[in-house]
Design a protein around this ligand. Structure first.
Ligand SMILES: CC(C)(COP(=O)(O)OP(=O)(O)OC[C@H]1O[C@@H](n2cnc3c(N)ncnc32)[C@H](O)[C@@H]1OP(=O)(O)O)[C@@H](O)C(=O)NCCC(=O)NCCS
Length: 159
């Protein structure tokens, strides 16, 4: 893990965690794809039982986050983001590995995710052991109206 990196997980939406996640959110997602969530969307999902948000910090400043929702023994990685200036240093990988570790600790046996087919994050997911499940053609609509395929991935954590 990168020196100085601290991960903190929050359930049921501590306000500070939402603010910190939004600080990363506004910088991390390319507006062309319209993938960033709004604060009300984030606050809404954080009221759901089984949801948790992990913030990565360096010197207290938020540099990345992971948002996971679980139902019974399954969970979904809803968002994973690292602020552009902090990319390529293993923060995304650390957040993902920590999310899997937390999920296992909660008795969860699989994690699913959906990602735009052209997103570099796919390298990270495959490297971590996620397996391709299927493609949904034209599933996402960018702010420019262009449609993008979604790929879904899954990792079985019992293996
Ligand atoms: C995806 C994202 C979270 C990766 O964060 P990161 O901290 O840069 O990732 P890491 O440094 O831990 O990199 C881990 C692996 O991811 C892959 N990866 C990350 N960025 C990549 C890039 N630009 N191109 C290709 N592969 C990349 C590599 O396999 C890398 O491993 P390596 O360094 O051994 O080659 C970050 O790029 C991001 O926030 N993207 C925008 C938001 C987004 O689209 N999130 C995913 C969908 S919700």
């Amino acid at each position: 893990m990168m020196a100085g990196l601290i991960l903190e997980s929050y359930e049921e939406g501590a306000r500070i965690a939402l603010t910190d996640a939004m600080e990363v959110m506004t910088r991390a997602f390319d507006p062309v794809y319209g993938e960033a969530w709004t604060l009300p969307q984030l606050a809404g999902v954080m009221t759901m039982p089984g949801t948790w948000l992990t913030i990565a910090r360096i010197d207290a400043a938020p540099t990345g986050f992971a948002l996971i929702r679980s139902v019974l023994d399954e969970c979904e990685l809803l968002l994973l983001a690292v602020a552009p200036l902090w990319r390529g240093r293993g923060i995304g990988q650390t957040l993902l590995s920590d999310s899997l570790r937390m999920a296992r600790r909660k008795g969860i046996t699989s994690m699913n995710l959906e990602v735009r087919a052209s997103n570099n994050a796919i390298n990270l997911y495959e490297k971590t052991g996620f397996e391709y499940v299927h493609r949904r053609p034209g599933y996402y609509r960018g702010n420019d109206g262009q449609l993008h395929d979604a790929l879904s991935f899954r990792i079985d954590m019992r293996i």
